[in-house]
Write a protein that binds this ligand. Structure first.
Ligand SMILES: C[S@@+](CC[C@H](N)C(=O)[O-])C[C@H]1O[C@@H](n2cnc3c(N)ncnc32)[C@H](O)[C@@H]1O
Length: 240
């Protein structure tokens, strides 16, 4: 057994350049086709709002938040991403920090966005305390994430001709890390049951105000598969 498994942060660091290339300026297929359009329907007016992009990566969506009039701050623990985000947007604030320990004073954000990052955060309990601490009363935590069904296993069971038969779901109530690898990117995603994630916030005086399972346009060839088992969830938790 490997006594020194590579940490998820080490994996992000060694995957950072491949990730930046893979995302490009417009994001990958899921972001372009499903997530960005759905998020547009959820986000409030951000003009002059103070917004934190939690796990901002190379900063693509922080730049979009800024283009919507927000005063955007990004945090991410991967130095290569923070360097890239700063180089693309020198006027905004990008901080090298994990979501579990954010070096900022209390109660300063109108909105915190986690765009496909809660699944990358090893200690979500600690991160939820930071999110609660940093939001203003009435502030919103908007979560774009991988469905808790989809995060249990890696993909579809296929027949001998490669046709998708069904999506494999298992170990749903467990908490575990799953190693994933594609196009020189290696990461660990942390599966948790949906009830665990929601209760972290509901027990801290948040209320759930939006919940959608976004799909691609019906004209997209992937639509039937996303309709059978959506890969994503987007929801808003408002702090009372
Ligand atoms: C899938 S990427 C998403 C990046 C960006 N939000 C986007 O949508 O392209 C996940 C991000 O989570 C970051 N991450 C890893 N561990 C983290 C932690 N403990 N706290 C906050 N972010 C973390 C990674 O560095 C990476 O930038």
């Amino acid at each position: 057994m490997n006594q020194n498994p590579e940490s998820s942060l080490e994996k992000w660091r060694s995957s950072a350049q491949a990730w930046i290339t893979d995302q490009g300026e417009t994001g990958d297929w899921s972001r372009r086709t499903i997530l960005d359009p759905a998020l547009e329907t959820i986000l409030p007016n951000l003009q002059n709002k103070s917004v934190l992009d939690l796990g901002c990566g190379e900063g693509r969506y922080a730049r979009i938040l800024k283009s919507k009039g927000a005063i955007a701050t990004g945090i991410d623990p991967t130095p290569e991403f923070i360097d890239h985000a700063r180089s693309q947007d020198p006027d905004s604030t990008y901080i090298l920090a994990p979501a579990e320990s954010i070096p900022l004073p209390d109660h300063q954000f109108d909105l915190i966005l986690s765009y496909l990052s809660i699944i990358d955060i090893p200690d979500l309990e600690a991160a939820s305390q930071e999110i609660s601490r940093l939001l203003l009363p009435g502030g919103e935590f908007v979560v774009v994430t991988i469905s808790n069904l989809a995060s249990t296993t890696n993909g579809w069971v296929k027949d001998e001709n490669g046709n998708k038969l069904y999506r494999h779901v298992d170990r749903y109530m467990e908490h575990f890390g799953m190693d994933l690898e594609w196009r020189n990117i290696r990461i660990t995603n942390y599966h948790r049951p949906l009830s665990y994630i929601l209760n972290l916030f509901l027990k801290k005086s948040f209320v759930l105000t939006e919940f959608i399972e976004p799909l691609p346009p019906q004209s997209d060839p992937q639509y039937p598969y996303e309709y059978r088992c959506p890969n994503f969830q987007i929801y808003t938790l408002r702090k009372l």
